[in-house]
Design a protein around this ligand. Structure first.
Ligand code: NAP
Length: 337
């Protein structure tokens, strides 16, 4: 889309283009609201990095993540949602209408739905950073095929992602080693059973990765046993880090309330600490984190935005802001309620 949107007023501006963002867009546009999705430079969210999705209802044979996101985007566009493929870089929630900025545009919004999701967490090792893209990866379905026929891939983590990665990689490499910091997996029972019974997957318990070895590409990982302190090296060609996700809330820091882990704190249904600004999906939900729950939250956030607009709040807030500005005061309902 052309970059000529400066200062245009939307009923709903949605930041993020995962299942939460697209679903919110579909609902808002269907309610005849002028709706914009700021999709980001890399649109589509985490499902773009996923292989087959077997648990999204309506697809008995499963559906590839990118295909599902493409279908959601098409559906949103058909409903009349406008989409820009830029990153939101800043917001101004101290004013009404709200402002959402990209590098080249400022969008005005009666309501904002934040659906920026979460991104992979890293171990925080210097060597991990240095070898990123050279054997270190956070996405087995994306990068696993690069290691087809390799001797060994190490997966760190004990959740569903780690099991999914290990199972996927077991079809590509000779041996997969899962390194987990405890002696119990967090993954769902079915994923645990599949991984534990796979002869190509070994488990190393009570251990953490303390270094990634190799100059130009990964040649091994150094692990430490958390009970004995003993260190040893596992020679391998790749390291897949699957230790969870962090919410993408950097641009909202100091502007809406976040919890200690950086997830958005909700006040009233899906409303954030700022009136007319709602959150949907992994950006506030650390409990369910599924494509289908994110889509559900997107629907709910859009319904709240619709009610907010139908309830006359944009007019009330605009008036309050004008009055307060004339008096040189901070308008109460415009900033945090
Ligand atoms: P997760 O469930 O939060 O698991 C993260 C794992 O990484 C945990 O085992 C955790 O250990 C470990 N970990 C965290 N920080 C670590 C660190 N600094 N060093 C070493 N290990 C660390 O994350 P996830 O596996 O990405 O799953 C996220 C959500 O998506 C879950 O709800 C999951 O069910 C869902 N999901 C589902 C599927 C599926 O159904 N096919 C696939 C992928 C994800 P502890 O256990 O000791 O905390």
């Amino acid at each position: 889309m052309e970059s000529n949107k400066n200062s245009e007023l939307y009923d709903v501006v949605i930041i993020g283009s995962g299942p939460a963002g697209y679903t919110a867009g579909i609902y808002a546009a269907r309610a005849n609201l002028r709706t914009l999705i700021i999709a980001g430079v890399t649109a589509g969210g985490q499902l773009m990095l996923t292989g087959i999705v077997e648990n999204f209802p309506g697809f008995p044979e499963g559906v590839m993540g990118p295909e599902l996101m493409d279908a959601m985007r098409n559906q949103a566009e058909r409903m009349g949602v406008e989409i820009v493929y830029e990153d939101a870089v800043d917001v101004d929630f101290n004013t009404y209408p709200r402002k959402v900025m990209t590098d080249s545009n400022t969008f005005l919004a009666k309501t904002v739905i934040i659906a920026t999701g979460a991104s992979p967490r890293w171990l925080g090792l210097e060597s991990e950073k240095r070898l990123l893209g050279r054997g270190v990866s956070s996405c087995a379905t994306c990068d696993g095929p690069l290691f087809k026929g390799a001797k060994c891939a190490v997966v760190v983590g004990g959740g569903d992602s780690a099991m999914e990665y290990a199972l996927f990689l077991s079809n590509l490499v000779e041996k997969v080693v899962v390194v987990h910091r405890r002696d119990k997996l967090r993954a769902s029972k079915i994923m645990q059973e599949r991984a534990l019974s796979n002869p190509k997957i070994d488990f190393v318990w009570n251990s953490v990765v303390v270094d990634v070895l190799g100059e130009l590409r990964v040649e091994g990982v150094k692990i430490r046993n958390t009970l004995t302190g003993e260190e040893r090296v596992i020679p391998c060609n790749a390291l897949f880090v699957a230790i969870g996700h962090a919410p993408s809330t950097e641009i909202f820091r100091g502007k809406i309330e976040l919890d200690e882990e950086g997830y958005i704190r909700l006040r009233n249904g899906l409303e954030t600490s700022v009136r007319g600004v709602f959150a949907a999906g992994d950006v506030h939900d650390k409990r369910y984190r599924q494509a289908i729950t994110a889509a559900g939250f997107g629907c709910m956030a859009a319904m709240e935005a619709i009610r907010f607009i139908e309830g006359g709040w944009p007019e009330r807030l605009t008036q309050e802001y004008r009055t307060a500005k004339a008096l040189g005061e901070e308008p109460e309902a415009v900033s945090n309620p």
